[in-house]
Design a protein around this ligand. Structure first.
Ligand SMILES: NC(=O)c1ccc[n+]([C@@H]2O[C@H](COP(=O)([O-])OP(=O)(O)OC[C@H]3O[C@@H](n4cnc5c(N)ncnc54)[C@H](O)[C@@H]3O)[C@@H](O)[C@H]2O)c1
Length: 307
């Protein structure tokens, strides 16, 4: 008995890295998996059908069921065809794992328009487009059957988008957008029985191998489990995708090595009030209350470098 027996899943960007590990785990737990991957370079250029096909071959060799899809996730038509393929090939859709991603790091003042557009396109539109068509499918199904669909969406955010990372303004803006999108989708899709959660993974993949110093930090160490193996992050995504985690929805889950955290933010932590219209001076007069160390978790003002 597998946790995903009888279920059908799509994993985007599943030809390599974390997506590959997610597809393999879902398939080993009984899901039929549509393995989407454009097969591009880390910066988004190029296309190669082999990574997605290799993962399909691996799943089938292990006795599982899978089909390849080579569309770009940021193609509106491609995303629609991806969802249709799952339903046509395997009869239904239960799980959508949005994972595909690229990097084009640059300091903001040096960034080219194409670098901004490519990253926002693959991450932000590339998350939304498959969700748009999967959501429409689930809504139609819920209407037809009168039953909640019991489906799950897992998105892939990043700490970079939550805490800010210099040199990644395009990527961080897109990942913050994905976290916000996840909260909206959790509210919108709850009524038709779809849970939506995000992971913030940290894993050894070709994306992190290029980061200076990351290679050694993320290498498997003797005497401990392989903390940065993509399989470790995939477990969190597949937990959120599985019925085991119900009714959890609208959450952002960070997974790094042996650590799992629920991350929440953007809530008021201090306040100032007045019964007159605000002026520049009157707001500044409350600065002490807004940034004073007033209690647990309410820090004094820190400069961006200190944060
Ligand atoms: N590795 C980490 O530590 C880390 C940290 C935070 C977030 N993430 C996120 O995890 C996700 C997976 O990254 P990874 O580290 O496994 O990288 P990876 O490069 O190993 O895998 C990403 C896959 O996405 C595919 N892809 C890229 N653009 C695509 C498109 N338009 N359509 C379809 N497929 C496309 C690539 O071909 C590649 O196979 C990304 O969203 C990334 O931003 C990774």
């Amino acid at each position: 008995m597998g946790l995903f027996d009888g279920k059908v899943a799509i994993v985007t960007g599943a030809g390599r890295g974390i997506g590959r590990a997610e597809a393999l785990l879902l398939a080993s737990e009984g899901a039929a998996v549509v393995v989407n991957d454009l097969g591009g370079e880390t910066t988004g250029g190029g296309a190669d059908q082999r990574p997605a096909q290799q993962v399909v071959d691996e799943i089938e060799e292990a006795g599982g069921v899978a089909a390849a899809n080579f569309a770009s996730v940021s193609s509106w038509d491609g995303a629609q065809a991806l969802v249709e393929q799952a339903v046509d090939d395997f009869g239904r859709l239960d799980v959508l794992v949005n994972n595909a991603g690229i990097l084009r790091d640059k300091m903001s003042f040096n960034m080219e328009e194409a670098e901004w557009d490519a990253v926002v396109d693959v991450h932000l539109k590339g998350h939304f487009a498959p969700i748009r068509f999967a959501g429409a499918y689930w809504r139609a199904k819920a209407k037809e059957t009168g039953e909640p669909t019991n489906a799950a969406v897992v998105t892939t955010a990043s700490e970079s988008g939550l805490y800010g990372n210099a040199g990644q303004v395009n990527y961080a803006a897109a990942k913050a957008g994905i976290a916000a999108m996840t909260l909206v989708l959790a509210r919108e899709l709850e009524r038709i029985g779809v849970r939506t959660n995000a992971i913030c993974p940290v894993a050894r993949t070709r994306l992190t191998e290029e980061v200076p110093g990351a290679g050694e930090y993320m290498a498997a160490k003797e005497g401990e489990f392989d903390r940065f193996a993509p399989e470790n992050a995939a477990a969190a995504a597949c937990w959120l995708a599985s019925d085991v985690s119900a009714p959890i929805s609208g959450q952002v889950v960070k997974v790094q090595g042996g650590l799992v955290q629920i991350v929440q933010g953007w809530r008021p932590i201090t306040e100032a009030t007045d019964d007159k219209p605000w002026t520049i001076e009157s707001i500044d007069a409350h600065r002490g209350a807004l940034f004073a160390k007033t209690g647990e978790g309410v820090p004094a003002f820190l400069t961006p470098a200190e944060q």
